[in-house]
Write a protein of this length. Sequence first.
Length: 182
Amino acid sequence: MSSGLTIRPEAAEDEAAVRSLVADAFGDPAIAVLLDDLRTSVAWLGLSFVAELDGEVVGHVAYTRAWVDDPAALVEVLVLSPLATRLDHASKGIGTALVTESLEQLAGRAEPLVFLEGDPGFASRLGFVDGTLLGFKAPSVRIPGPSFQVRTLPGRPGLVTGALVYPDVWWRHDAVGLRPDA
């Protein structure tokens, strides 16, 4: 990873670059449309970060609102998604730096947990663990067990359990878990 990398909150003028980066990184413009819709939904908290290198946005991560249906109460939590790195900067530690530094910037927030759907090998290096092992239930049967990951926010206890509930924007885009033909 280059020493000139800066991780910072996304600014309004970054949105076009982020949208393009997300579409390219996923090879699917539908993910950029999902991000657009997340920005205008109840899920959006403005917790969007970019990695900047030599004045260019080379990575992006967003954290959006979801809930855990804990037996005692509905608990607001965060979902890390999407996470994208510009293809010409892939495998250079930018995604790791984005997640690590953005999670540090989220310390002190009220949400106790962050969830993601993703590669358990990558996620485990960042302190995430299989959510099912901690008593959480994935929001869809289409999320492979080990891909359903969770971690506590820095300085927060994760003393809740239950089913993760995604806002409807995820369902409208059919962006929860993987379809067999995906």
